[in-house]
Design a protein around this ligand. Structure first.
Ligand SMILES: Cc1ncc(COP(=O)(O)O)c(C=O)c1O
Length: 374
């Protein structure tokens, strides 16, 4: 039986001809016309005026920390329910992550953000940044989060790595904070095999990130450096892939949402299954279809379902293990915790790629149905 992957790369447009063009013009380089065009086209799609294409979403988050001046002794508030790359760059800069739980939208609980910022203030500190994550393609609740951040004078970074094409109150993800981050890793809505984008309404922040990403080269005919830099730019060949992928974003979004709708159709009558809800304030891109399984109603637990799928060569994954439960962050301060702990215990991500065939999806549905012991 051929393997069904969670979220495999999906080539469905002009990627090959754009890459061929990069070869025929000899722009097999770390910069070039496809990089410039990709940045511009991306700015138009997300409605943010400045963007720099980078080698990964993690690099984008790292540069976000750098341009906000995060450093040793600083505290940065971060969603706990996320992939580790949301939090690791805080530690690259020797700052301390402070984790905050989610609410029933699976994204940052604004009241706990406030509690964390208040607590920092009573300790005589001001947190250096808040990192909000648009989890599994659903935006965080930005109106209250921004109001709180503004009141405490703390900049917001939006980790929209999983959320290209999602909206919050009609506006696209990525533009809510001072900086927004996207990933083009192989499992994302669009991929460049590996890559990322840092966006901002503030030109100076993006210019500074571009400078740092290009080895912090001072203007001079020779190599002159007055600061430590990074080699974080996206190559022209990979930007060509990204341009091809971006052209078909609308089809990709409707395919992902279609996959979600079909799972709901096929599984909603089963006792104990709850799909990740779509928050009333926005539209999720349904990057991954996630659900929780209540073993007391379903008759068996999340892990049994995952293993039943694996036995049929189908990849599914537990929901992210929250950062406050990770050994590497043992001892980190955490506000709340019970909500994300429950999502991790009971949550499962089902195969959700935009190229998932109806037949393969039917296999997934019938195995999940067959695992129900209610
Ligand atoms: C929420 C989140 N943040 C950051 C990243 C890091 O992106 P990248 O893999 O492009 O470095 C990812 C995924 O990979 C992610 O899911």
């Amino acid at each position: 039986m051929k393997r069904v992957y969670l979220s495999p790369p999906h080539v469905c447009g002009d990627e090959q001809s754009l890459v061929a063009e990069a070869f025929s013009t000899n722009w097999i380089a770390p910069v070039g016309p496809h990089v410039d065009a990709f940045e511009q086209e991306f700015e138009d799609v997300v409605g943010v005026p400045h963007a720099v294409a980078l080698s990964s979403g993690t690099a984008a988050l790292h540069l976000a920390m750098q341009v906000l001046g995060v450093g040793s002794g600083d505290h940065v508030i971060c969603s706990s329910l996320t992939f580790s790359a949301s939090a690791n760059p805080i530690c690259y800069e020797r700052a301390t992550p402070v984790f905050v739980d989610c609410d029933d939208t699976w994204t940052l609980d604004p009241s706990l953000v406030e509690e964390a910022l208040k607590c920092e203030e009573s300790a005589g500190r001001r947190a250096k940044a808040v990192v909000a994550v648009d989890l599994y393609g659903q935006c965080a609740d930005y109106e209250p989060i921004l109001e709180i951040c503004q009141r405490y004078g703390v900049p917001l970074v939006e980790d929209a790595a999983e959320a290209l094409g999602a909206t919050y109150k009609g506006r696209p993800s990525g533009g809510f904070g001072r900086l927004g981050v996207f990933s083009f890793n192989g499992n994302k809505i669009i991929t460049t095999s590996g890559g990322g984008m840092l966006v901002s309404h503030e030109k100076e922040l993006v210019d500074r990130a571009r400078f740092l990403a290009t080895q912090a080269r001072d203007p001079a005919p020779h190599y002159e450096h007055s600061q430590i830099g990074y080699n974080y730019r996206l190559s022209n060949v990979l930007a060509a892939i990204g341009r091809g992928q971006l052209k078909t974003l609308a089809q990709r979004l409707s395919a992902r949402r279609g996959v979600f709708d079909r799972y709901v159709e096929g599984l909603r009558d089963l006792a104990g299954i709850r799909f990740m809800p779509e928050a009333s304030y926005g539209r999720s891109n349904r990057w991954l279809t996630c659900l929780t399984i209540d073993p007391s109603l379903f008759g068996t637990d999340r892990e049994a379902v995952r293993l039943a799928l694996e036995a049929e060569n189908i990849e599914s994954r537990p929901v992210w293990k929250p950062m406050h439960m990770q050994p590497v962050f043992a001892g980190a301060r955490m506000f709340g915790g019970a909500v994300s702990e429950r999502f991790f215990r009971d949550g499962l991500c089902l195969p959700s790629g935009s190229s998932l065939s109806p037949d393969d999806q039917d296999r997934v549905i019938s195995i999940v149905r067959g695992s129900c012991r209610a």
